[in-house]
Design a protein around this ligand. Sequence first.
Ligand code: RFL
Ligand code: PHB
Length: 387
Amino acid sequence: MRTQVAIVGAGPAGLLLSHLLWLEGIDSVVLEARSREYVEARVRAGVVEHPSVELLREVGLADRLDREGLRHQGVILRFDDADHRIDFHALTGKQITVYGQQEIVKDLIAARLSAGADIQFEVSDVALHDLASDLPRITYRDANGVNQTLEADLIAGCDGFHGVSRSSIPDSVLKTYDHVYPFAWLGILAKAAPSNEELIYCNSPRGFALHSMRSPELTRLYLQVDPHDVIADWPDSRIWDELNARFGFGLNEGPVVERLLAPMRSFVVEPMRHGRLFLAGDSAHIVPATGAKGMNLAIADVRVLSRAFKALLQDRDSSLLESYSDTCLRRVWRAEHFSYFMTTMLHRAPGADPFQQRLQLSQLRYTATSTAAATSLAENYVGLPFA
Ligand code: RFL
Ligand code: PHB
């Protein structure tokens, strides 16, 4: 088998890249380890930033997002038992859209399949070969257990943090930046009406909590927990008690339909390329979820990558591919900084001394009361313009 671009991973990065290439008349094949049902049901991101929404609209993928997405013009920072609203619209003229990542994934899969795309689900033993040559290829076993070889001009590694693409690059080629936080997030999806119209990021003496949502009937909630906790430590009653204690008011409660534990990590590899393999999204970088940037970065990466692939394949111009990694890393490091800032401002680090706690409170008060500080948070949160 041969294609122009082989894409490993059918998350937001891989599927959107395949769509953007198709719009330019470039063929791709997407290889995905999981089933279609699994990737369409995987609950993850919720916040889509302004530039991501504009891009999805431009490329014909936002009909349902525009109908069902919830437009939010601000978020609440809650500390000292009081709400402090950051008014994105007043500060930046922009807003965010709350629309589940798995809805974007469903929309992308539907659009790709109706255009006749080749997305192969449930593949295994994916291995990348000859990346430094002009004839890279991927071997894998298809869903029927048959061994296959896919040759391509270019390979996009969109297979997330635990994928095979990044680990196919020799260690000596990559510089890795890694920071692990001393806490994790316990997330739940509950069949309950949201308790507030907007997101609430809450810094309480008991730890961080976040109130988000997916629809007028579904609330998404997160708690800062110990990274060694397991889900079994958190029966529903303990989750609701802790949420109510941290927010300081009674939330609307309902059956918990989904739960997860997510470690908090910052991670970047440089460069996001080796020979004919280009990394995009979580395969190259991870941010703690407090800034709501991971999926948005994946979208920004493949916007740059699709243009660079087109320049090479159609115009024989390699300059955009040469600068791909540097171009993406500028945005990645801004998001890394913003996510670190939000995370350290809002969580209680175990063992933080009173001096650090006073600094944190001062930063929260300054952000909530200074137009300059609030604007900085707002412009990063709604998403800086694409370069
Ligand atoms: P994904 O979504 O992980 O997709 C990678 C795909 O590759 C497949 N795969 C393989 N396929 C073939 N062969 C292999 N060897 C493979 N190994 C893996 C996987 O099955 C999968 O289908 O990466 P992508 O496309 O780069 O997208 C990144 C986003 O998923 C991620 O950054 C976001 O979910 C992060 N995130 C958030 N991002 C936002 O922009 N806004 C948010 O509000 C937000 N909230 C969140 C989040 C992530 C969270 N968790 C669970 C870590 C909230 C949470 C709790
Ligand atoms: C979510 O709705 O899942 C969500 C919202 C904001 C974040 C992270 C996750 O910062």
